[in-house]
Design a binder for this molecule. Structure first.
Ligand code: TRP
Length: 352
């Protein structure tokens, strides 16, 4: 689609969200949180703990509170500056739910029916899926557009939702174009077309027990993942127990084909060290796995245990975390509320 080049009404703004469900693990860190921290320089960022998305699947309320604080602690421990940027939980800013309702009336059943995440999460028993699970992507569109955010760091699995967000923005702009212009708001394009931010190939972090499955909080075996709150002993133990194959490491990346467990450990080493897999293999290729694993333990403990320790320190002071979220929510509201006033006006809602 052609976007106006001469007219750039939108302030560049980054928005992303993480669901507070289960424990955070290395995949969440390398795939999302570490990149959120890197984007702080040169961007205005809003990072949201999406508790309203979490309840699209059943959640234990006590656990939801704990996990919301844990995700917040992970943001802070990873170096996100909640004073310069905005960190808050979704449910504290009513604009998300309000705009999501508007978008429920813009998006078409057919669009949402195509969402692969819904099909996966609903499984065979679609009749029993919540309406919230079906409408998940319209809430996600509202998260982004209530701040008129322009850039969204997301993983591969969320790209389809981001495309839907663009479709919703475009249909809203089109359906209400005359009204938007009549009210003197922008040139008719009220909402931006937010773009995914994929900073290089995001590392695919796989299970430590099965290199063909993604590292996941829902895996029954805790040994399959490195939790961000694991201490040095747990990290060392899990890496030592990690599945490998009997061959020594190859000398070059080609040799990792068909060896998913070896490939995964090299990927993790590369992501944590900021080095290329090829460089790592030139150092460790031909040697025993145990030598490589020892180096990986050392690296992982060095990089992850300070984050875990800081998370434990922060979650030990829940009142402090809640104060960060409250302050973030206030500043988020200050951006969202004028947008909602415009939206209500565009729709023809009377407001005081
Ligand atoms: N759906 C995202 C995920 O599961 C989380 C999310 C909710 C999000 N709202 C968002 C991500 C807005 C980016 C922008 O990973």
């Amino acid at each position: 689609m052609t976007q106006s080049v001469t007219l750039k009404p939108y302030q560049p703004r980054v928005f992303s969200g993480v669901q507070p469900t289960g424990n955070l693990h290395l995949g969440n860190y390398l795939g999302a949180i570490k990149r959120f921290a890197e984007l702080q320089d040169g961007h205005d960022c809003i990072y949201c703990v999406v508790d309203m998305h979490a309840i699209t699947m059943p959640q234990d309320p006590v656990e939801l509170t704990r996990a919301t604080r844990e995700v917040t602690a992970a943001f802070l421990a990873a170096g996100i500056d909640a004073k310069k940027h905005i960190v808050f939980n979704q449910s504290q800013v009513a604009g998300h739910a309000e705009l999501a309702w508007v978008f429920n009336c813009i998006a078409r059943m057919g669009w949402l029916n195509r969402m692969t995440q819904f099909k996966e999460k609903a499984g065979k028993d679609r009749e029993n899926a919540s309406i919230g699970l079906f409408a998940y992507p319209t809430l996600m569109a509202a998260d982004i557009l209530v701040y008129r955010a322009t850039h969204v760091p997301v993983g591969e699995d969320q790209k389809q939702h981001l495309e839907l967000t663009r479709d919703i923005a475009q249909k809203f702009n089109f359906d209400f174009g005359d009204r938007i212009r009549a009210l003197g708001l922008e040139s008719g394009d009220y909402f931006p077309q937010p773009e995914p931010l994929i900073a290089g190939p995001a590392p695919r972090v796989m299970s430590l027990r099965d290199g063909t499955k993604k590292m996941s909080k829902s895996d029954a075996s805790d040994n399959s993942r490195l939790n961000l709150t694991d201490d040095a002993d747990a990290i060392a133990q899990k890496i030592r127990k990690a599945k490998t194959d009997p061959e020594p490491l190859p000398g070059e990346a080609e040799g990792l084909k068909g060896r998913p467990e070896a490939e995964n450990l090299v990927t993790i080493f590369a992501a944590l060290s900021g080095r290329e897999p090829a460089t790592i293999l030139s150092e460790f290729g031909g040697g025993q796995f145990s030598t490589f694993k020892n180096a990986l333990v050392e690296l992982s403990v060095e990089k992850l245990s300070p984050i875990g320790a800081e998370m434990r320190r922060l979650t030990g002071d829940p009142a402090m975390i809640d104060a960060v979220l409250k302050d973030g929510a206030e500043r988020a509201r200050a951006i969202a509320e004028p947008v909602m006033r415009d939206v209500r006006g565009i729709l023809g809602f009377i407001q005081g």
